[in-house]
Design a protein. Sequence first.
Length: 227
Amino acid sequence: MSLSLTDITLTYPDGDSRLTALDHVTLDVPKGGLTAVVGPSGSGKSSLLAVAATLITPDAGTVTIDSTATTGMTRDELTRLRRDKIGIVFQQPNLLPALTAAEQLQVMARIAGRSPAKAHGRAMELLDAVGVAAQAGRRPHQLSGGQRQRVNIARALMNSPAVLLVDEPTSALDHERGAAVVDLITRLTHQQAIATVLVTHDRTHLTAVDRIAEVHDGRLRLATAPC
Ligand code: ADP
Ligand code: MG
């Protein structure tokens, strides 16, 4: 498994007591597999992604990324693990306003200490894969919402992550563009053999995903087949 969450419980402080955001959650995502996570607002979807991304340490349970158990890792070790193994796509594309689409991607390679010459080629290849190669020289304000989200996805793939975590990528897009973004993520997951978790509250896009899991009040249940 490229990503395993095993018996994860996560609580947040809530006045005098604690709120249980994730309640004994177990989820395994194989290489090249896309699991969609659906559930109402407040059910724990973003918390699940934050734990999988090693951004939040759960109260109990184990997160394993690409066969490495993350329990007991130092902050520096986790930062390196995230940089090298995990691609994260948040709801809003937080692109840097001054940089072109190609530069947004090249910066990721530079942070990881990779060769700038190779980074340019890889950036162009990925922008092409997500269908915005013609916009490589444009800055975020010169791109449409759908194009920005595509650049955001390409950026998350720049360092060839083993795991891709995507939080509601279609919330700012109309139905057609939303469906295209989910199709794109599905295709890249299969092509690049990534383990992907895609969070969404909109089930209508989920026609081609490998598996759907539902979260309710922090409990996760695997649904049998895509709907
Ligand atoms: P979703 O992404 O499904 O909307 P979240 O994971 O954001 O759900 O939230 C799950 C529950 O945890 C909600 O009740 C939310 O209010 C609570 N919560 C989320 N983040 C925090 C936080 N940083 N501190 C306290 N409570 C939080
Ligand atoms: Mg959320």
